[in-house]
Design a protein around this ligand. Structure first.
Ligand code: MCA
Ligand code: AMP
Length: 490
């Protein structure tokens, strides 16, 4: 049997010269393929010494760094399940993930989570201990469906669900994208995304690893750095905010992008206006693709064919798509419905929530995405909205229910509705519409009380007080009316 371990696939494609740079930073620090293989083997040795075995969860909330990438690879090597968390999450939010996933080891700020009595250490300590220890070169034997990672994604109930991704889910998607986007070993990837989500961790890094390519590894989005590094790179992957900020920069010119062969956008809708402005400045069309945590990438505009503004392209070669109405019956071409899909990239379900998994699956294996879409005759998909109550701000997903349930519990508050308003930089911004019992409560009273419960990016940018919320005859809050009112206000 072939070992389905994703790390074994990466290793089989390392460059012949292991001194080739894998990750390099602007400060001059770099990690070659050989260095990465050794550091991840040493971290694997430490994980083994800590009795981490196949199937154990390793929960990680750390800043982006080369060591953090090696930790991910070390988990793959020993067959542990990597569980990365947004660095913006508060301790209260992380407590939920710990309780739900029951990790065997946590790489966090240990003092913050001492009450859990789970073995934990900081990434610095882990790196130091690993470097002083013995490497564990063996790559654990994994079956295709064995889990590689759990990524939490917010549910409509307001509680996050852990999407279980197998080694085959990740490898099949990476190999497909590698071919589709004509990846080359001499590509240089400009990486400024966070590494706790599918986009930065899997899509970007896996393509580079399959090519044995070099990555400019930036701690976060900094447009000045992008401007400096574009002439030394060939591929950029980003959320739409990357492109609007580049376009707004005074030094962004055609000349800077002459060596670039591919600009990719995803995680949130790219406005046609951005697409055309970008083409005007650079002569290149951004390649927009569409994905979800539950399946990685699902559709992509073509590398060679025409890239069309406002579309996310056809299904990836190994993905089956259909657009259906609520009961799962496919709608005629050209009509709007809910996008459903299946393929080797589709996840193994939500961690210990079989009923939630079942709610989103058709009996024939199609996954109900919750995105509203329309297809043309050539199978090109446009995402036209969402049936799920989701806000996407700068590529981060935010579920209104989670925020509403916290606001509703605050003293003196009757009820609330959280909706998105269009935002020029982040695409969408969180706005809370609140009905008070106690009219002395101010916007600051509310935002202050949310600050230790919700990550900053989820906190409302504005609180608007109203006497009541508009409801339909069924009693359901009419968020469309609230959104229309907001459009007139801002
Ligand atoms: C930061 N802030 C935000 C966001 N990010 N507020 C709302 N939405 C955000 N996304 C707030 C901070 O809390 C802070 O608030 C202030 O903005 C400045 O923080 P900073 O870290 O400096 O922000 P930034 O560097 O400007 O970050 C914006 C960003 C970043 C570049 C858009 O959020 C980002 O890299 N997003 C990418 C997310 C991503 O990778 N998504 C992929 C998910 P204050 O100053 O008030 O304290 S995977 C996925 O969706 C699927 C699978 C797919 O298809 O890819
Ligand atoms: P996540 O749950 O973080 O994986 O985000 C997945 C969601 O992001 C999808 O269900 C879509 O709503 C949205 N999304 C991802 N890519 C695109 C895109 N290119 N256009 C519009 N929406 C997108």
């Amino acid at each position: 049997m072939i070992n389905a371990n994703l790390y074994a696939l990466f290793q089989s494609r390392f460059p012949d010269d292991l001194n080739k740079i894998f990750l390099q930073q602007e400060d001059g620090k770099s990690l070659s393929y050989g260095d990465m293989d050794m550091l991840s083997a040493k971290m694997a040795g430490l994980l083994k010494a800590k009795n981490i075995v196949k199937g154990d969860r390793v929960l990680v909330q750390v800043e982006k760094s080369m060591e953090a990438v090696c930790l991910y690879l070390a988990c793959l090597r020993v067959g542990a399940i990597y569980l990365p968390l947004n660095t913006a999450y508060t301790t209260a939010e992380v407590d939920y993930f710990i309780g739900n996933a029951r990790p065997s080891l946590m790489i966090v700020v240990p003092d913050d989570f001492a009450s859990h009595n789970i073995s934990s250490l900081s990434l610095d300590d882990l790196t130091l201990q690993a470097q002083n220890g013995k490497p564990h070169h063996h790559i654990e034997e994994m079956a295709p469906d064995d889990l590689a990672a759990i990524l939490y994604t917010s549910g409509t109930t307001g509680r996050s669900k852990g999407a279980m991704l197998s080694h085959e889910n990740l490898s099949s998607n990476a190999l497909t994208l590698y071919d589709l986007w004509h990846w080359q070993s001499d590509d240089v990837l400009l990486h400024a995304l966070p590494i706790f989500h599918v986009h930065g961790l899997f899509v970007a890094l896996h393509c580079a690893l399959l090519g044995g390519s070099t990555v400019w590894f930036l701690p976060k989005l900094d447009v000045d750095s992008l401007i400096l590094l574009l002439p030394k790179s060939t591929v950029l992957m980003g959320v739409p905010t990357f492109y609007t900020r580049l376009l707004a920069h005074k030094d962004f010119t055609h000349a800077l992008t002459k060596g670039m062969r591919l600009f990719i956008s995803g995680s949130a809708p790219l406005l046609s206006e951005t697409f055309y402005q970008f083409e005007k400045v650079t002569g290149q069309r951004i390649l927009e693709r569409y994905g979800m945590t539950e399946a990685g990438m699902i559709t992509s505009n073509p590398y060679e064919g025409e890239r069309i503004a406002g579309t996310v392209g056809p299904a990836l070669p190994d993905v089956e798509l259909r657009i259906c109405n609520e009961d799962g019956t496919p709608v005629p071409i050209g009509e709007i419905g809910i996008l459903e899909y299946k393929g080797p990239n589709l996840f193994q379900g939500y961690w210990e929530m079989p009923e939630k998994t079942a709610e989103e699956m058709r009996p024939n294996g199609f996954f109900i995405s919750g995105d509203m879409a329309i297809s043309d005759e050539e199978g090109r998909i446009s995402i036209v909205g969402r049936s799920k109550d989701l806000i996407i701000s700068g590529g981060f997903n935010i579920y209104p229910k989670e925020i509403e349930s916290i606001i509703d519990l605050l003293p003196g508050i009757l009820e609330s509705a959280v909706v998105a308003s269009p935002h020029p930089d982040m695409g969408e911004a969180v706005i809370a519409i609140v009905v008070r019992q106690d009219n002395t409560i101010t916007e600051t009273d509310i935002t202050e009380q949310l600050s230790d419960q919700l990550a900053r990016f989820k906190q409302p940018r504005k609180v608007i007080f109203k006497d009541s919320l508009p409801r339909n005859t069924m009693g359901k809050v009419q968020k469309n009316i609230l959104r229309d009112e907001l459009k007139k206000m801002f």
